[in-house]
Write a protein that binds this ligand. Structure first.
Ligand code: FAD
Length: 518
């Protein structure tokens, strides 16, 4: 099996640094780490957790894990490694919630920083005309939501799942069904505090150290560790009307999605899914959604078909008499061409809506199906390419089953900030397509890791025929050539930022873009 991460080191117990004679410089450094004056502490043994991630196919054991309690713990540690110069190959990876897919938050025989132990600064919410929250880079988004809701406020742009850290998602982009309106999470941040690869603590914003500010956003952890973020907030709605409808015609589905994300007064959240050969689809949704026409819905057959689900949500406040939610949604729905009998609706609190994936997580955990391999793959495909992509991928490559959700929804990137490190294919309207399967390691069947990874490879080979119009999101490559192609015209800036902020290539080695020079 080509698992890409070949060193499955988890089976080997960590060599205690004290006994390792293979690299005397590294040993000296590890001894000296113990002498650093810290608010938190290091662990040198039993660090298996730091060799795990959500993808569950890559396991690289670090030599040490730092559990920082202050920003200065992070800065002192990196300064220490930096002072060793290129005499040691020790690297440092920030680990948020470890929800990477291919070891991106791991550091093979390096130092992992457990960002969740950094609780500094305490979360602060500032109300007023332009409200914001100051939070630690290791804070989970679910905690940010709980705290801001206490003030009647909430961040504007989300990910589908909230048990991810602020620093972790800002290192990619943070895209969900609100991004068509507000941009990704990286476009909703006023200020950051960053510890660079030299150990310097830098506050940055669009007016102060702007190059670093934009560099770390979508920067894959390459230029610094985000220790604090100032996140823009808006008044939080109380309730959400949550709607799903189905299409069998891809052209109608995308036409409606594109229409909705382009209208002024539209839904507040717009996503979509591809459903391949699902039995009893509408019936399965009945625990959370009510069909508008139960009789017709019960007659709808989904098995053996490829269907496209448009998912929409409209925020509202039940106490507000001027909030004519039913009228608004009906008028928006009347513009669409879905299969009428497939309309299902639900009303939930804003918190429950945003935290919806956690419900599935709990169910899967209970069945032992959460901590399995996740050979996920996310792509960004331009509007001009999406029909051909659909025909090739859903018509030829992936026709039987998907072993998990497939997301597909458009976003309009024309107002997204182009100065960040995040790269999108070169058109204003692009689709996020996410293949999110769960795999069974030992299976040789369609649910097996090998089968799914081979299928992913076929899709990626097809994508490689048009690298300008299809890019990976949460990218993963093995060679610098591929990284150069991924960044395209942004590659030179990426290189310049690397040499300015992390010249020894100490940070985020698990991204496999740069190798620490020796
Ligand atoms: P980690 O996996 O811990 O780290 C990711 C990378 O960032 C590593 O290279 C790490 O070194 C670096 N890093 C971590 N913390 C910092 C920091 N403070 N400063 C600098 N670098 C840092 N993404 C979306 O955009 N939209 C979604 O809807 C979405 N849904 C998801 C749902 C699930 C169930 C999962 C598992 C992932 C989802 N993702 C989504 C992807 C997710 O945004 C990334 O995997 C993200 O990196 C996870 O955050 P984390 O805190 O676990 O980061």
């Amino acid at each position: 099996t080509n698992l890409l991460c070949s060193n499955l080191l988890l089976a080997t117990p960590a060599t205690p640094p004290h006994l390792d004679s293979s690299d005397s410089n590294t040993n000296t450094l590890l001894y000296s780490l113990e002498t650093l004056s810290l608010d938190g502490y290091f662990t040198f043994q039993n660090n298996y957790h730091a060799a795990m991630d959500f993808g569950n196919t890559c396991h690289f054991l670090p030599l040490a894990v730092l559990h920082p309690e202050s920003v200065s713990d992070i800065s002192s540690t990196i300064k220490h490694v930096f002072k060793m110069g290129s005499g040691s190959d020790l690297t440092v990876a920030a680990r948020g919630h470890g929800h990477s897919l291919q070891g991106q938050a791991q550091a093979h025989r390096g130092i992992v920083i457990n960002m969740e132990s950094l609780e500094e600064p305490e979360m602060q919410v500032y109300t007023g005309e332009q409200p914001y929250a100051d939070v630690s880079g290791g804070q989970l988004w679910i905690n940010v939501l709980h705290e801001t809701l206490r003030h009647g406020l909430a961040p504007k742009s989300w990910t589908d799942y909230l048990y991810l850290t602020v620093g972790g998602t800002l290192s990619y982009a943070g895209i969900s069904g609100q991004a068509f309106r507000h941009g990704p999470q990286i476009d909703n941040v006023y200020q950051l505090e960053v510890v660079t690869g030299k150990g310097e603590v830098v506050t940055c914003s669009e007016n102060q150290n702007a190059d670093l500010f934009y560099g770390v956003q979508g920067g894959l952890g390459q230029f610094g560790i985000i220790t604090r973020a100032r996140i823009s907030l808006e008044p939080a709605p109380k309730m959400v009307k949550w709607i799903r409808v189905l299409y069998s015609d891809f052209a109608l589905f995308t036409k409606d999605q594109e229409h909705l994300i382009s209208s002024q007064d539209s839904f507040d959240y717009i996503e979509g899914f591809v459903m391949i050969n699902r039995t009893g689809l509408l019936n399965n949704w009945r625990s959370s959604f009510n069909p508008k026409d139960p009789l017709q819905a019960s007659r709808f057959r989904s098995d053996g078909r490829t269907l496209y689900c448009l998912e929409m949500a409209k925020n509202f406040n039940p106490d507000d008499p001027t909030d004519t939610i039913n009228q608004k949604t009906e008028s928006l729905l009347s513009e669409l061409s879905y299969i009428p009998s497939t309309l299902v609706l639900s009303e939930v609190s804003y918190l429950d809506f945003l935290d919806r994936v956690h419900v599935s997580e709990k169910k899967l955990r209970a069945k032992g199906l959460w901590e399995v391999p996740h050979p996920w793959m996310n792509l960004l495909v331009t509007k001009s390419k999406i029909n051909e992509f659909n025909a090739e991928v859903f018509g030829n490559i992936l026709t039987d089953t998907s072993n998990g959700p497939i997301l597909i929804y458009p976003v309009n990137t024309s107002k997204w900030n182009a100065k960040t490190s995040f790269v999108t294919p070169g058109e204003d309207m692009i689709y996020l397509v996410g293949f999110l399967p769960s795999a069974v390691t030992s299976s040789t069947g369609k649910d097996g890791l090998h089968h799914i990874m081979t299928r992913n490879k076929r899709i990626l080979e097809y994508c490689a025929t048009d690298p300008v119009r299809i890019k990976q999101y949460l990218p993963h490559y093995s060679t610098q050539e591929e990284w150069r192609a991924h960044f395209g015209p942004k590659w030179q800036t990426f290189l310049q930022r690397k040499s300015a902020y992390d010249p020894l290539a100490i940070l985020a080695p698990g991204q496999r873009i740069f190798k620490k020079a020796r």
